[in-house]
Structures are given as C-alpha cells and as structure tokens.
Design a protein. Structure first.
Length: 282
C-alpha cells in the first residue's frame, strides 16, 4: 500500500523516489538543466584566455593535520581582474578545496560539491569517507573535461583530516579527473612549480602550524616573484594569502591578523635575503 503524501506540500515525484545518496545523480535524473552544461565555447579561438583565472594553491601536511593556502589574485589575460579573491573553501567540517583555473566554473563546482557532501550526510546519516569525497570530486572534474579541452580547465587541490587514519591528507587532480594522493605537500596553478620548488627546501617533518604557515607563505612569495598570475603580500591594501588548517577539531581559517603577521615576517626577511632562506639556515 502506497503512503499518503497528499499533505506533503506537493513535492515533485523525484523527491519521493528512492535513489542513490548523491545530489549530483539526483540533479542528473530530475533536473539536468540545473547542472553546469558542458558545451562548445562561444566566440573566437583564444577567448578562454580572456576569462578570469585564478592561481596559486598550496597544501602541506603536519603533525596535527593539513594546511591549505592560496594567493588572492585573479587574472584576465594580461590584466589583474581581482586582487582579493577567495580561492580556498571549506567543503564540510573536515575538508577543504582550493581552486585554480577558470574561476566561474571552479566556484560553481565547489558549491555543487558542498551540496553533494551535505546531501550524502543527510541521506545516509554519516559523512562520506575522505577518499569517498575525493572520488566524488573526481567525477565533477571529469565532467568538465569538454570545457577543459577548450581552455577552461578547473584544477582543484583537495585536503582533509581523515578521522579514521588520524592524519591530514592531500589529493591533487588533473583535467581528465584522475586524482592522486600527495605526500607532505602539493601545489596547483600557474605558480605551482615555483611554490613546490620552495617547499622542497623549506618543508620538513615536525613543523608546527606556525612554522608551516611561514614556510607556505614563503612558497607563495616565491611563486609571486616568478609568476605574474600569482599575487604576493600587499601591505598597502592589507591583502595577504588565505591560510586554513584542518585538524581533528575541524576546519579553521587563520585570522587575517595572523596571516598578515606571517607575511610581514617573510617580507622583512627578504630584505636581507631577497633570494629566500638558505638551506643551511633552515
């Protein structure tokens, strides 16, 4: 005997039909028009370069969890489109994602990913595992492959605290959607080769949150030195990188005052050592 749903407020049938605990699958079946629609890029070839892009994102693990940080600049071709963008987002209590690539598509993907994780937890009563979250994000990145082939790639960096394993973990992605778990640290975006190179010299096991924050801000400073799409510390405007920590206690964004203090320390040090810290001094 079917249940009487006459007083349920007239919900569409799709809301009352059993299905997998995936918000993305739900939209695919019942409201495909609400999903980002991959299709041909309008306009002339090369138009993708004129669409706002964001870089650079850096992540690193430490004893208490994992750190995720990003610069604030968005570029549009050879212009600075925005100087104080947010490119690091919490996705749930124990995970976060940093975005590089086409900003509009990336922000839309992050919002959908946040809903996906919240929907799963409400339906199942428990959150997805950290690897399960990475797999869901893989499907979304893969779904954007058509746009990526036209120059509108979205390359996230996903991090989280794995409650079962008791440690922070980092997952990097490539445009076709495959993800890889990274050891110690990772970076994405146009400034990532320089940030990653800096962290090779600065990172070591046993750093605490403050020391790791200084190392990551140093890495972003090096990226901004070599990559015009990466924004460095801007004391004049009071703009500094966004730095977040995910630990057993959950997601925490460092207050702007703490990030500014770390950035000022790096800038002051660079007055004496413009090429960066010496390895022997680490």
């Amino acid at each position: 005997m079917s249940a009487d749903v006459s007083d349920w407020g007239g919900l569409p049938a799709g809301f009352l039909t059993p299905g997998p605990p995936s918000f993305l699958d739900f939209l695919t079946r019942h409201a495909p028009d609400a999903l980002p629609a991959p299709g041909p890029l309008p306009g002339a070839a090369g138009a993708a370069a004129e669409i706002p892009h964001g870089t650079t994102i850096v992540a690193a693990t430490y004893a208490d969890g994992v750190l995720l940080a990003g610069d604030r600049r968005i570029t549009q071709g050879n212009l600075i489109a925005h100087r104080e963008a947010e490119k690091v987002f919490p996705t749930d209590e124990y995970s976060a994602v940093g975005i590089s690539g086409t900003v509009g598509l990336a922000v839309e993907m992050v919002r959908l990913f946040q809903l996906e994780l919240e929907h799963y937890e409400k339906v199942e009563g428990v959150p997805l595992s950290l690897v399960g979250k990475a797999n869901r994000l893989t499907a979304m990145v893969r779904g954007n492959l058509g746009m990526a082939m036209q120059g509108l790639a979205v390359i996230p960096l996903f991090v989280g605290y794995d409650l079962a394993a008791g440690r922070g973990r980092i997952f990097s992605f490539e445009p076709a959607g495959a993800h890889s778990e990274e050891r110690d640290f990772a970076a994405t975006g146009s400034g990532s080769p320089f940030a990653r190179g800096a962290l090779k010299k600065l990172y070591r096991p046993g750093l605490d949150a403050h020391e790791l924050t200084l190392a990551v801000v140093q890495a972003l400073y090096d990226a901004a030195e070599e990559d015009t799409a990466t924004g460095g510390p801007d004391p004049t405007r009071g703009l500094y990188p966004v730095v977040t920590l995910i630990t057993r206690d959950g997601y925490h964004r460092l207050p702007d005052e703490e990030t500014a203090e770390a950035a000022r320390a790096v800038v002051e040090q660079r007055r004496d050592r413009p090429d960066g810290p010496w390895t022997a001094a680490l």
